[in-house]
Ligand binder design. Structure first.
Ligand code: CA
Length: 677
């Protein structure tokens, strides 16, 4: 069966409630105990090494009865021109074979014998280049895939992770629509094209990203995945890519020639370089938590049973909701995740990693990942989904859960607290949130504003999702109101505000993102929301066609006011460190909420960032959020205030005028931002 990603970002309250009680969880399964004694090997010559003495293969497979390498002239057809028997190196569980020639241009697969039978061919788990559809590994000279200037290529410097502004995008969403004006539609190369415009003359693609002012793109899975047939690209099949096949090679359908193993590598590097040249970092979505196939996965075909977790009866456990889950708590799998991310950071200059269903991994692994990546580049940003999509044999206290984030150093988690409180519950389309007029979410929004850190004015017991300050530092939190999963913000507003004029939805969108962009922690947005993109109401659009998923760039003209507002949000955040504090103590000291009785005046939050917070040039910043469908009036302390944002307009540098304070009325669904020197 082909497993598809069905459950994704659904921070399932039902699981986190039960899983928080460690006694309710089964011990590591008895079936899995057999793997503890396996010898391990993580040398950098795993599977393939080409040097002056020839081509060398080393497959890790401790329990194989025999192992062999099939050599091919071609990436997907024909029989092997030669098959090499491999020799066991029992001390470290590997099998080796060598030939004296450099086999550049050739392809290979491994096969192992288990229970007296040869298993299916596999490119192994460490293929860094593959033939079309990833069935055979390719032998290439990686140095030849480097674009011009690669040796000096570098991502943007990141002083603190709270300085990062994340823009989450899928390659096809960005460029497939005819209005993108981009030639290489749906390809890595799309983001290398400068000067592209919509039919109405608005910048698109990489120029649009520069204009918007985000600091990092977060690209949906870009390693080789399973679901798109790379030999039938004319069918234009769409998939998010949460069905991993080869973790260490780029996806072929995003290249201009999937049959040439070098092309996808070179083109992905060209994309990274173009973004770096534009001052934009590249974060990759990684899905080490499960594989597309169970018995047919490369993990299972090389070391049966080892890389996945199981229940006592030997059945695959399935915390991913996609049929299986991997076993980061086992040394060879842990090393695999560490070495694979290091490879992407080294070879592709990747600036960050977003871990899908990160809580399937253990905190120890995640800490080692972050520590090892720091050695390559201290600016690498690691964050993930601090939840699972099902139960796991891994003990709850070991899981890289949101609630365990304080056990992890230099790792951030998504705040589903802010997400659901601002716009309404992710799975209930009609449910409204703070920014769309539903009372009762004020305290949870405040949890998001202080980045889930301890704060004397936040009552965590009233939180909708989490009941305690789980983050020790704001750099552990990624704030957002929507992402690729579930309804886009635009669709959510259309569903939950049905019957209201679209203008109200546009204002609510601005308010929702104002909360995200001014909150402590790292802001994260879904591509195209700045021009009110939708997904035509489709919730789980993982394999919906481009007609659902592609961004219509004509929206940039239609919703130009929206785009200008988002530009204002990125500019405001980048100019003012008060929104980017780096310690919980600073937040507790400088962020002061005004006393509002939410029972009497719901959907109103007001707070100050005081005393030049985090070295800000502004002495005090006042933020007031009115999520009600009616205007609300607040009393602002007397002073010489600059109006930074009001009633759906924003102007961080020049301002929208001044006020002496006193009574100020906010339009429905709007934010007020004032600043004084
Ligand atoms: Ca593929």
């Amino acid at each position: 069966m082909k497993i598809q990603k069905v459950l994704t970002l659904a921070a399932p309250v039902i699981f986190s409630m039960t899983l928080l009680n460690p006694t309710a969880v089964a011990a590591q399964s008895r079936f899995d105990e057999q793997f503890v004694s396996y010898p391990t090997y993580s040398g950098n010559d795993l599977e393939l090494l080409v040097d002056n003495s020839g081509t060398h293969f080393r497959l890790w497979s401790p329990k194989a009865q025999e192992a062999r390498v099939n050599l091919y002239d071609n990436g997907h057809t024909g029989s092997p021109y030669q098959t090499l028997s491999m020799k066991a190196d029992r001390a470290n569980g590997t099998w080796t074979a060598s030939v004296p020639e450099k086999l550049y241009g050739k392809f290979y697969t491994f096969q192992i014998m288990a229970d007296g039978k040869w298993k299916d061919e596999t490119p192994g788990v460490w293929a860094k280049a593959v033939g079309v559809n990833g069935k055979r590994a390719a032998i290439i000279d990686l140095a030849k895939t480097d674009p011009e200037g690669w040796a000096t290529d570098k991502g943007p410097a990141v002083k603190n992770f709270s300085d990062v502004i994340v823009y989450e995008m899928h390659h096809r969403d960005m460029s497939m629509h005819p209005s993108s004006g981009i030639a290489n539609k749906g390809k890595f190369l799309a983001l290398t094209e400068e000067g592209t415009v919509s039919p109405l003359g608005e910048k698109t693609g990489i120029d649009h990203l520069k204009e918007l002012g985000i600091t990092h793109v977060h690209i949906l899975p870009s390693y080789d995945y399973n679901s798109v047939d790379e030999m039938n690209l004319q069918n234009n099949t769409y998939n998010w890519g949460y069905d991993p096949q080869n973790y260490n090679a780029p996806e072929g359908s995003y290249s201009t020639n999937p049959s040439d193993p070098e092309t996808r590598i070179r083109e992905m590097k060209e994309m990274v370089k173009a973004l770096h040249d534009a001052g934009i970092g590249v974060i990759m979505d990684v899905v080490y938590n499960h594989t597309a196939e169970n018995d047919g996965s490369n993990f299972e075909l090389t070391a049966p049973g080892y890389y996945h977790r199981h229940w006592d009866d030997g059945k695959y456990s399935d915390a991913s909701g996609c049929g299986n889950e991997t076993a980061s708590d086992r040394q060879q799998m842990r090393d695999y995740i560490i070495n694979s991310t290091k490879y992407w950071a080294d070879e592709y200059h990747i600036d960050g990693f977003r871990f899908d269903l990160m809580a399937i991994h253990d905190t120890e692994t995640m800490n080692e990942v972050a520590a090892e990546l720091k050695k390559i580049n201290p600016d690498i940003f690691v964050y993930g989904e601090g939840w699972t999509a099902g139960d796991s044999p891994l003990a709850v206290d070991r899981r890289a859960l949101k609630e365990n984030v304080s056990k992890m150093k230099d790792i951030a988690v998504f705040s589903d607290d802010l997400r659901d409180a601002v716009k309404g519950h992710y799975s209930n389309a009609e449910d409204r949130g703070f920014a769309t007029g539903k009372p009762g979410n004020e305290e949870t929004v405040k949890i998001g504003i202080v980045a889930a850190t301890p704060h004397p004015q936040v009552d965590y017991k009233k939180g909708n999702n989490s009941k305690f300050p789980y983050a020790e530092s704001p750099e552990m939190i990624v704030n957002y109101v929507s992402c690729h999963d579930d309804l886009s913000l635009t669709d959510k507003l259309h569903k939950s505000m049905a019957g209201e004029p679209e203008k109200n939805m546009l204002e609510a969108a601005k308010l929702a993102q104002t909360i995200v962009f001014t909150s402590q922690g790292t802001p994260f947005m879904f591509a195209g929301e700045e021009i009110f993109r939708d997904k035509k109401g489709v919730h789980n659009s993982y394999k919906s066609p481009d007609s659902i998923n592609a961004i219509d760039w004509n929206n940039k003209t239609k919703y130009h006011d929206q785009f200008e507002y988002y530009k204002g949000l990125t500019a405001l955040r980048k100019a003012h460190p008060a929104f980017r504090m780096t310690s919980a103590d600073d937040i507790a000291r400088h962020l002061v909420f005004d006393k509002i009785d939410s029972a009497k005046t719901p959907n109103l939050i007001s707070y100050s960032l005081r005393d030049h917070a985090n070295g800000d040039s502004w002495n005090e910043i006042k933020l007031v959020f009115n999520g009600a469908s009616e205007p609300q009036t607040v009393n602002i302390k007397k002073g010489d205030w600059k109006i930074v944002a009001k009633d759906g307009k924003i102007s961080p540098a020049e301002g929208l005028g001044t006020t002496k304070g006193g009574k100020i009325t906010l339009a429905p669904y709007s934010a007020l931002i004032l600043a004084r020197e």
